[in-house]
Design a protein around this ligand. Structure first.
Ligand code: PLP
Length: 392
């Protein structure tokens, strides 16, 4: 089918709730994607951080192929080995947590918010989240997302949420009451523009939650599963949450979400309190196991840390050349390029020249390559970005 024919079918049959780039993607491999017109594109924002191990990682593909021939889905009335093994692999890497599996980041956050209510005292129904955070689009997740633009047209939002500026300890102290069940933040805000939490801020959340009998929830939907160079973002800061949520890179491209909680907290979710029909199905869990094994066997945490430093160095050099770049920030392969003007035109020009990146909050370019990325590919990406900025 020709590109235009596909787009016409979308216009006729698919709800137009996304602004899409005018390309039809037909293939992905590692750090590259191909469109229906045969163009090869270097993908430095693969699947909005879903394809963390690269597109169609061979080990993930092999695990999916094998699993698909044996058992695709089994409901949670029964046990499956894949769900058990994935939970074990995650728990061994994150605070001995126990897992609840679902299918997306928003669902993982919903589960976390519900668990916080179940686990804490019955009068605790409030949550504190941070401005510029992003937690998903379901009603509780979007209410937790402290950005008015996402609330427009959906008011009133759920009760009990209060919002504080990110990294502001005083504001956090001021917002705390005995009715707070949980504080939820991202250790590095992704959609908000790669805003990195201060260690002292995360420590203050931990201490205030302990003092007030509330739970600390870290949304690691974007930071989790290796992108920062450690398994989970919180490990960069040495502050452990009570609950952590994951999705995106965990399935290597297959839809999966997970909420992990310390065992004593997890114990509050008993049969009948929460569920997901598809959650933890054999196919998604087999993919998750393969992702974790691939990261380990191929040293991708080390590669993310090393290539992240390399990319930041190259981008900082580019900042010296182009005054439109204010500065570069990030940890591992989660990198933001703060511009002092709108970046949409640069993103479009990059795509024309064969590079995919993203722009958030108008002026922040997001650069989040697969963890398999090489220095040659980063050179190629920065080269194209250089040309795109020059042209725009
Ligand atoms: C930090 C964070 N939390 C939650 C979500 C929502 O995830 P999903 O789109 O899978 O529901 C996202 C999506 O971008 C995210 O970046």
């Amino acid at each position: 089918m020709k590109t235009q024919e596909t787009i016409e079918l979308y216009n006729k049959y698919v709800i137009g709730n996304y602004g899409r780039l005018p390309r039809v993607i037909v293939k992905g491999e590692g750090c590259y994607i191909w469109d229906a017109d045969g163009n090869k594109i270097l993908d430095m924002f693969p699947g909005w951080a879903v394809s963390g191990t690269g597109h169609c990682h061979p080990k993930v593909v092999a695990a999916i192929r094998k699993q698909v021939g044996e058992l695709i889905h089994m409901d949670n009335t029964f046990y499956t080995e894949q769900q058990a093994r994935l939970a074990q692999l995650l728990s061994e890497r994150a605070f001995g947590g126990k897992c609840f599996f679902c299918n997306s980041g928003a669902e993982a956050n919903e589960a976390a918010l519900k668990l916080a209510r179940r686990h804490t005292a019955s009068h605790k129904y409030k949550y504190i989240t941070a401005e510029r955070g992003f937690h998903g689009r379901t009603f509780a997740a979007v209410t937790a997302t402290a950005q008015p633009k996402y609330h427009q047209g959906f008011l009133p939002m759920l009760p009990g949420f209060s919002y504080v500026p990110f990294n502001d300890i005083k504001a956090l102290e001021g917002a705390f009451t005995d009715e707070v069940a949980a504080v939820m933040v991202e250790p590095i805000q992704g959609e908000g523009g790669i805003n990195i939490a201060n260690k002292e801020y995360l420590q203050a959340i931990r201490e205030l939650c302990d003092k007030h009998g509330a739970l600390m929830i870290l949304d690691e939907v974007q930071t989790g599963v290796g992108r920062t160079g450690k398994w989970f973002g919180y490990q960069q800061f040495g502050v452990e949450p009570d609950i952590m949520t994951l999705a995106k890179a965990l399935g290597g491209g297959v839809a999966i979400g997970a909420m992990m909680a310390k065992p004593e907290v997890a114990a509050s979710l008993v049969p009948g309190t929460h569920a997901s029909t598809f959650g933890g199905n054999s196919l998604a869990c087999a993919a998750g196991i393969a992702v974790i094994e691939a990261i380990e066997e191929e040293g991708l945490l080390e590669n993310a840390a090393k290539m992240g430093a390399y990319a930041r160095g190259k981008l900082e050099a580019l900042a010296k050349k182009h005054s439109i770049i204010d500065h570069v920030r990030g940890i591992g392969l989660m990198i933001g390029i703060e511009l002092n003007a709108a970046g949409g035109g640069i993103v479009s020009k990059c795509l024309e020249l064969g590079l995919r990146i993203n722009c958030t909050h108008d002026t922040i370019l997001r650069f989040m390559p697969p963890m398999t990325v090489t220095s040659d590919q980063l050179d190629e990406a920065v080269d194209i970005l250089d040309k795109a900025i020059a042209k725009v």
